[in-house]
Design a protein around this ligand. Sequence first.
Ligand SMILES: Nc1nc2c(ncn2[C@@H]2O[C@H](COP(=O)(O)OP(=O)(O)OP(=O)(O)O)[C@@H](O)[C@H]2O)c(=O)[nH]1
Length: 337
Amino acid sequence: MESADVDSKAMVLLMGLRRCGKSSICKVVFHNMQPLDTLYLESTSNPSMEHFSTLIDLAVMELPGQLNYFEPSYDSERLFRSVGALVYVIDSQDEYMNAITNLAMIIEYAHKVNPSINIEVLIHKVDGLSEDFKVDAQRDIMQRTGEELLELGLDGVQVSFYLTSIFDHSIYEAFSRIVQKLIPELTYLENMLDNLIQHSKIDKVFLFDINSKIYVSTDSNPVDIQTYEVCAEFVDLTIDLYDLYKNTLDSKGTNDQEQGNVRELKNVSELGNGVLIYLRQMIRGLALVALIRPNGADVESCLTIADYNVDIFKKGLEGVWANSRLKPQEQPNQQIE
Ligand SMILES: Nc1nc2c(ncn2[C@@H]2O[C@H](COP(=O)(O)OP(=O)(O)OP(=O)(O)O)[C@@H](O)[C@H]2O)c(=O)[nH]1
């Protein structure tokens, strides 16, 4: 493993027992794989690491379930020191006691070598559980993890739990929250988005990573999952339409790209309830998606105001990125040994 690979604190380490769903999560969230296509994924045998550039340069590393991280030949200490978040996946449809014991052991080690690491637990595959059973499983897993940590004298360690499934938006929502904790400039971004909505008749705004549909920031109003879903689907729809029409030929037969015009993604539509949904491309593969409620005002003037304020926000975002504390590492997707 090269030292540059592990230098960034914006690294997420994905762990869990065999077949708990780690590869599926990576494929669905970061490679747009259809959830059903993960059914026949082969078991991962080598650690793999992939880099993604959103507002920060994020690395997601998956360790295979059968790997013994604590054998002397594996440099676990260096690895755990270099990550910002440990994401541990528990298969909620399976017998999970072994997973909890394994989790507690990993937390003990991770916390010892890197006390500032964020510990995130995905109670995964909850699509197969009834609503009641979901709540029970969550309570049980949280309680048992707490007891294990208490036994190890680690009751002060902060652990966050998320109910997830690749078959709905819960996995994106969980990853959004996990990634947001790794963005040092998050508070500035939230303030800027709050400022934007105050002056533009916007109800809710998200800053999406276009490829993964993770949102790297939102305003300080609470997020409800349906609003998130509508906005995430609008990103997909916009990309599909863009791909469909991107090679518009001019009268001489040259297309936009040949002419050097890179069109900015923009899309506006009206929902059934009269709310406008508005998307504009930002920097670094991000898109801003806002829900605008005209409340009887003229739609054109609402959009003009939104355009103007979003321009200002975009400049602010460029400023935030220019001064970002996490600097870019241009690296292709890769396998590590
Ligand atoms: N029902 C359900 N099945 C899932 C979900 N996520 C993953 N799976 C299934 O779980 C099985 C194992 O998934 P993998 O992603 O290969 O598991 P893994 O943790 O990478 O396994 P190893 O590579 O052996 O460590 C696959 O058949 C997936 O389709 C989910 O949210 N719900």
